[in-house]
Design a protein around this ligand. Structure first.
Ligand SMILES: Cc1cc2nc3c(=O)[nH]c(=O)nc-3n(C[C@H](O)[C@H](O)[C@H](O)COP(=O)(O)O)c2cc1C
Ligand code: SF4
Length: 653
């Protein structure tokens, strides 16, 4: 069970929850040190047993980008003392991750075992010389030595996800002819020498965690038998804990996105555990206490890593232990606030918790003057605004015209791979009750309310934009929401108008299974098996007016998956097209001046949304009226912006 302690040599962990390594964007520069300290402190205070920092390079060449952080000087020791002290103050442990980016380093001085360019990096690496390898080993050891001086309880040596050490292990990237390439013994030499050098430089009580790539998910990666040998040799070299690594960054298999079933990679940790005698950490998409406990109780791992779930809720462990599991704000695996931000060089945060990594920027202090506040609309913006306002101590009433709360959450959770929005809605509904928000459903806003409340927050959301397409008596043009709610009958050949997030969601809705099992997920993506071909009864077309790549505005970490799913289902994509008319012959379109008729019997408009702002407009100038979310601006509205604006409005009232 998560609450069990774990004795590790000289260190005792107070429970089985580890915060997985996350580079937040606060690591760089002196100016963010207080923010990073607050970030770690909140997670340690929330009960997490051990935190692992984001990756720090042991030297200049191993930095992920030229401005990424390294850790090797007395200046770093001084700066990091603040982090380790803050965590220790709350009874937690903290380890520093040492990550040499190898050929993933995004600068022209990157190095790798062989000069083979990564498909996801424009910079071709230089082959490491023997002296450079020796220096890198020393640099790892020196950084670990300094980490102990900074008060860290250990280091995690990053040996997975396709970074330097992983590149040496795999024949895919290691074509060397010297003692660091060729045989398995040679390919794992770098990892072993790093662990031995670190062990020699640090005290006996200092932990060495090794993140070992159990599944590379690329051609010519390490085989399961090789991984078993790597693990047992690394254990002999001095590793105290193994963390599970899954998939290189260039692997075209989803490993952490929302469509990955929770606990999908527990098998990898189980395999690792069967070949070592030290504790093993299970990772990736373990987002609820139940999943964590299932893995621990089945003996598939000794510790559970949660990275994003602790962005979503820093109090995860305490809530679990205090029987307040329903109060946990669950990570939905969307990557929208966290990894997608990091890839844009923005600070990581969280869609469901915009205070994550912004603890000092967006505090929610108690209101000095408690007000009577009305929130209109119980979708993502209205639900979250009600909770934040009530947390501040305001008396909140939430109304909605509908008989059910949730708004767009109710649509989103019907999309395969987005079922976790269920958790978010359940969380808000529980919070409303806990915080004593008065909820009145099937209640419309009327003018008299303006005088009854001190402040009114309109969160009336959006409705689908209608397609302006000539279709005579052909009534088979539907909006995406009626399709998702199952209100209309669909044909076998369907044109989806629009190639944004909703268009791709519609592809998933029409062609994927809801709630895939782990085995179905693995066969879809060919994880350690042959991928299963899809049998689609429907032909889907995806059309867009603009030119360029489909889904270009989708997040960096998920856009490629949506495109891949569309490809797996044989979706025909046509860009640069004008919709002319739709009749019983099909949909007439013009592409590059040429007219053609697509033989479709149904058209689904996924062409954006318009604000439900009719009730707001008459009061736009009134100082006590506030508008948030899609009602304020329908373009590019999503739950991330809705919840963010809810927090900001609550802070201002
Ligand atoms: C914002 C962010 C930054 C990350 N940075 C690192 C990193 O520096 N080193 C690392 O090994 N993993 C990093 N990861 C991956 C996580 O450690 C973890 O493997 C992944 O998020 C899946 O686990 P989860 O489902 O518990 O989030 C990062 C993840 C996120 C979301
Ligand atoms: S942004 Fe999404 S994936 Fe990232 S931590 Fe928050 S809920 Fe999880």
């Amino acid at each position: 069970m998560l609450e069990q302690q774990l004795q590790l040599k000289h260190t005792q962990l107070r429970n089985r929850l580890v915060m997985g390594s996350m580079h937040t964007g606060l690591e760089e520069g002196w100016h963010n040190r207080k923010r990073l300290r607050a970030f770690y402190e909140a997670r340690a205070k929330g009960g997490t047993a051990m935190l692992i920092t984001g990756g720090y390079s042991p030297n200049l060449r191993g930095k992920l980008t030229p401005i990424s952080s390294s850790f090797n000087s007395y200046y770093d020791v001084f700066k990091h003392r603040a982090y380790t002290d803050a965590v220790h103050k709350h009874g937690g442990k903290i380890c520093l991750q040492l990550l040499h980016a190898g050929r993933y380093a995004y600068h022209p001085f990157n190095q790798a075992p062989s000069a083979i360019q990564a498909p996801i990096n424009p910079y071709k690496p230089k082959e490491m010389s023997l002296s450079s390898i020796k220096k890198t080993i020393k640099d790892f050891a020196h950084s670990a030595y300094m980490a102990e001086k900074a008060g860290y309880d250990g280091v995690e040596v990053m040996g997975s996800e396709g970074y330097l050490i992983n590149e040496f292990m795999a024949p895919h990237t290691n074509k060397r002819k010297d003692e660091f390439g060729g045989s398995l013994e040679n390919r794992m030499r770098l990892a072993l020498e790093i662990v031995k050098a670190v062990r020699a430089k640090v005290s006996d009580k200092f932990l060495i965690i090794f993140r070992l790539s159990v599944m590379d998910l690329i051609p010519d990666g390490s085989t399961p038998d090789e991984v078993a040998i790597q693990a047992s040799e690394l254990e002999k070299a001095g590793v105290d804990i193994f963390n599970t690594g899954i998939g290189w960054h260039e692997a075209r298999v989803p490993t952490i996105a929302s469509m990955v079933p929770p606990g999908a990679f527990k098998e990898a940790s189980k395999r690792l555990k069967s070949v070592v005698s030290v504790p093993v950490i299970a990772v990736n998409r373990i987002n609820t206490p139940d999943i964590a406990n299932d893995i621990l109780n089945a003996g598939e791992a000794d510790l559970i890593s949660m990275a994003r779930p602790l962005l979503a809720d820093p109090e995860f462990f305490n809530k679990y232990q205090n029987d307040q599991t329903k109060q946990i704000n669950i990570c939905i695996g969307c990557n929208q606030g966290c990894l997608d931000h990091v890839f844009k060089n923005k600070r990581a945060t969280c869609l469901v918790n915009p205070q994550a990594a912004f603890e000092l920027d967006y505090p929610l202090d108690k209101a000095t003057n408690s007000k009577n506040v009305l929130v209109v609309g119980a979708g993502p913006a209205g639900l979250s605004a009600s909770c934040y306002l009530a947390q501040k101590g305001h008396k909140v009433t939430l109304i909605d015209q509908k008989a059910q709360m949730g708004g767009q959450f109710n649509l989103a959770m019907q999309i395969p791979g987005k079922e976790d929005f269920n958790h978010t809605l359940a969380y808000f509904i529980n919070e409303l009750e806990r915080l004593d928000v008065a909820v009145k459903l099937e209640t419309s806003y009327n003018e008299s309310m303006l005088t009854q409340y001190d402040d009114i927050v309109f969160a009336t959301g959006v409705r689908p934009r209608e397609a302006s397409i000539k279709c005579g008596d052909n009534k088979r043009v539907f909006a995406y929401d009626e399709v998702i709610r199952g209100e209309v009958e669909l044909g076998n050949s369907i044109a989806i108008l629009g190639a944004g997030g909703i268009g791709f969601d519609m592809v998933a809705f029409l062609s994927e299974h809801k709630s895939q099992t782990i085995d179905e997920f693995k066969t879809q993506w060919g994880i350690e098996c042959e991928p299963k071909p899809h049998k689609d009864e429907r032909q889907l077309y995806m059309l867009k007016r603009s030119s360029g790549r489909f889904g270009s505005e989708l997040g960096k970490t998920t856009g490629w998956i949506h495109r891949q799913v569309a490809k797996q289902h044989g979706v025909k994509q046509i860009a640069d097209c004008q919709y002319q008319s739709f009749d019983s012959n099909g949909l007439t379109i013009t592409v590059g001046g040429e007219t053609q008729v697509l033989p479709v019997d149904t058209v689904i408009a996924c062409i954006g949304q318009v604000s439900n702002d009719e009730v707001v407009k008459p009061h736009a100038e009134n100082a006590k009226v506030h508008v948030i979310g899609g009602a304020k601006l329908a373009a590019a509205i999503d739950a991330k912006r809705a919840i963010f604006e809810a927090l900001q409005i609550a802070r201002s009232i």
